[in-house]
Design a protein around this ligand. Structure first.
Ligand SMILES: [Zn+2]
Length: 71
């Protein structure tokens, strides 16, 4: 009887795992659109283009570095 319960339990776990597979490691990264990374021309920090200041080929991580590079 105990053995039967054990197998029912194992079967239940296997069934549950098949119904709810763990998301793959890369799934989270794929779900989010990958944004282009740009490099701060002043300090070399890499950051998403949406957070960077600048245009074209020259980007900065913040206003301070944009100013520091300009003057
Ligand atoms: Zn910078």
């Amino acid at each position: 009887m105990i053995k039967l319960l054990f197998f029912v339990l194992i079967g239940g776990i296997v069934y549950w795992r098949l119904r709810h597979p763990r998301p793959a490691a890369g799934a989270a990264a794929v779900a989010r659109p990958v944004e282009d990374m740009v490099r701060c021309a002043h300090c070399g920090l890499h950051l998403p283009r949406g957070e960077a200041l600048g245009s074209g080929a020259i980007w900065f991580c913040g206003e301070a570095h944009q100013r520091a590079h300009r003057y």
